[in-house]
Design a protein. Structure first.
Length: 366
């Protein structure tokens, strides 16, 4: 049974709240086939927003969504793009295969069967193709689709293409994007510095997308929604909001636990929030401990300092108290950033997982 506070899956339209303005803005750009550059810190609901935007499109649109967070090679990107195009084909499987076989030049389309659900599906066969061939076939298909319907292609965690060194994926995309078609591209990411570098002056994608920054959910929206299902006051929602540092996923997780354990929390107060937060940190203890243990001594020190202080990381008092030099601190923060343990915004480092940050404060300082 679903709760009204999903946090590990994409929220359905009925359980999605607080983003009316963002949806309206994105749909206004999509209407005129304008491209969008969407930035959000992780765990703020970016992917759910994109999915709900795509799901709200009328039948005159084709919505395609791919998440490239785990790509390792350029071929991975091409495969995901072709998979996304194939998955966007709705209706009868045989008719979809026939339709896609006509618009793909090199890619063959095969039927699939999911034993667990008993449903038929389709997938492209792309293992034999080079990245260039994959991309050419994908865009030929997109251009054909855009002749009859408007197309929206959303690429989530787009900054990951910077990890591919042997191919200039952004330059390859520009070549196809310059052709005028009824296509709106959504480039979304959670690492502002890397994402912006792909669209800065003299970069291949410079000035090819309108930037939108996704902030935290508004406190009032969270309260308006949560009070429909919980006996909770605005003061307590505000306490939760601050405790979770406005992180959508953690807020949803705590509200979810309050909902499924109503008997234990018949009265929701600050203690209720603290109890659940401590239970969450305890459940994640082994995982976070294992992550922390793989760090070097100086990286551990830098992570601890960041979790506790957040700023003033190079002050003499802090460096002396933690027994770490300024050079080691700078080097360790760069290494933690490269490992994606921490992130930075406007050159200020932060821990993107609020629960990990609270765990560090609770368990690493005695």
């Amino acid at each position: 049974m679903m709760t009204p506070f999903p946090y590990e899956i994409i929220a359905s339209k009925e359980m999605f709240y607080g983003r009316d303005d963002e949806i309206k803005e994105m749909l206004s750009h999509i209407k005129y086939s304008t491209n969008i550059l969407l930035f959000s810190k992780r765990r703020m609901g970016k992917s759910t927003l994109i999915q709900n935007v795509l799901n709200s499109l009328s039948d005159e649109y084709i919505g395609i969504y791919i998440d490239i967070y785990n790509i390792i090679t350029a071929q991975d990107f091409g495969s995901l793009l072709l998979n996304g195009i194939t998955a966007s084909s709705k209706g009868d499987v045989l008719k979809s295969i026939k339709k896609l076989s006509k618009i793909f030049k090199r890619v063959s389309v095969e039927p699939t069967f999911d034993v667990s659900t008993g449903k038929m599906g389709i997938k492209p066969s792309v293992s034999h193709l080079s990245f260039e061939d994959q991309l050419e076939d994908a865009f030929n298909a997109l251009f054909e689709l855009s002749k009859t319907k408007k197309v929206v292609l959303a690429i989530d965690e787009f900054q990951q293409i910077t990890s591919i060194k042997d191919k200039k994926i952004d330059a390859s995309l520009r070549k196809y994007m310059q052709e005028a078609h009824n296509i709106s591209y959504i480039f979304a990411g959670s690492k502002r510095n890397l994402l912006n570098s792909l669209f800065e002056y003299k970069s291949p994608l410079y000035a090819m997308a309108t930037p939108i920054s996704l902030g935290a959910l508004k406190l009032q929206d969270i309260y308006n929604y949560s009070k429909q299902y919980l006996n909770i006051t605005k003061d307590i929602v505000e306490y939760l909001y601050e405790k979770a540092d406005k992180e959508t996923k953690l807020i949803q997780m705590i509200l979810h636990r309050l909902y499924i354990d109503k008997k234990r929390f018949s009265i929701i107060d600050k203690d209720s929030i603290d109890i659940i937060m401590n239970e969450i940190l305890l459940s994640k203890n082994d995982h976070y401990k294992a992550l922390f243990e793989i760090l070097s001594t100086n990286q551990k020190k830098a992570f601890k300092i960041l979790s506790k202080h957040g700023e003033g990381l190079y002050s003499n008092d802090i460096l002396y108290a933690e027994n770490i030099s300024r050079a080691s601190m700078q080097s360790s923060l760069k290494q933690l950033y490269a490992k994606e343990f921490i992130d930075k915004d406007d050159n200020k480092y932060f821990i993107p997982d609020r629960a990990f940050e609270l765990w560090a404060i609770k368990y690493l300082y005695f």
